[in-house]
Design a protein around this ligand. Structure first.
Ligand code: 16G
Length: 245
């Protein structure tokens, strides 16, 4: 059998083109040719500029959206994703964090259940076995892009009912006069597992930040035990330090 030099098949050519376009867009974003929050050129403009089809452009952009470098805003275009600079030392809620940055928060419920504390929750919050708690598990989005997952447990005596939490846990707690005023937090690096990655539509093993928060009321009673799994590519955590000799 003789080896013949063959032209790449049509499909392979498209694949090469979209990967090339993806690389040059990625370079432009990482090299800050486009700043965070900048709109990138439209599909039509990119297709003309790079002399490729709009399908190729769409595929290249899809990949960068998947990587978290770009976000699509309905009706407005495609923008360079902006990392959320979140203070590690302020006790804000996801809703407040997003709204203060002009992003539109939304959530998708994974579950909302009532039950008695499990051993982990009991130890974390100092609750006696048998205490009734509400559990709220949610996917969190900003402008429709997945940002992370919140798994919250709240003692039932902090809320009027399981159903009282709609869009924001903290506003429900606030309305009930039981918003935590003090918290302990612990931060750990994690890799998203297959289930979490599927929910967030990111590659399995993507880096994440696990922030565990235990929130307390002024009288010391526990009000919240939340595990927040935030996308590592979406957040910058900031805190202010002072030297107090
Ligand atoms: C944030 C908090 C979480 C809180 C949630 C309430 C961190 C690390 N975690 O995700 O503890 O339960 O906000 O948000 O800040 P919501 O009021 O928008 O439901």
């Amino acid at each position: 059998m003789t080896a013949t030099k063959r032209e790449p098949a049509e499909g392979a050519k498209t694949a090469i083109l979209y990967l090339q376009l993806q690389d040059s867009l990625r370079e432009a974003i990482v090299g800050r040719k486009f700043a965070p929050n900048d709109a990138i050129p439209t599909e039509r403009e990119l297709a003309e500029q790079y002399n490729v089809s709009r399908i190729t452009v769409r595929k290249a952009i899809d990949g960068l959206v998947y990587e978290g470098l770009l976000t699509r805003r309905q009706g407005a275009g495609t923008f360079v994703a902006e990392r959320v600079e979140k203070s590690y030392s302020k006790m804000t809620s996801f809703t407040e964090d997003m709204m203060s940055r002009g992003r539109v928060p939304s959530s998708q419920w994974l579950s909302k259940t009532a039950g008695t504390v499990n051993p982990e929750e009991a130890l974390s919050m100092g609750l006696s076995p048998g205490t009734l708690v509400y559990r709220y598990n949610r996917m969190r989005f900003a402008d429709g892009t997945s940002m992370g997952l919140d798994y919250s447990t709240v003692p039932a005596d902090c809320l009027p009912s399981l159903e009282s939490v709609e869009d924001s846990l903290y506003s429900a707690l606030e309305a009930n006069g039981t918003r935590p005023v003090r918290a302990l937090q612990r931060l750990r690096a994690v890799a998203f597992n297959a289930e979490q990655a599927r929910l967030l539509e990111i590659p399995v093993g993507s880096p994440g930040l696990l922030i565990e928060r235990r929130g307390f009321l002024a009288d010391g009673r526990p009000a919240e035990y939340t595990k927040s799994y935030y996308r590592g590519d979406a957040y910058d955590l900031m805190s202010e330090l002072a030297h107090n000799p």
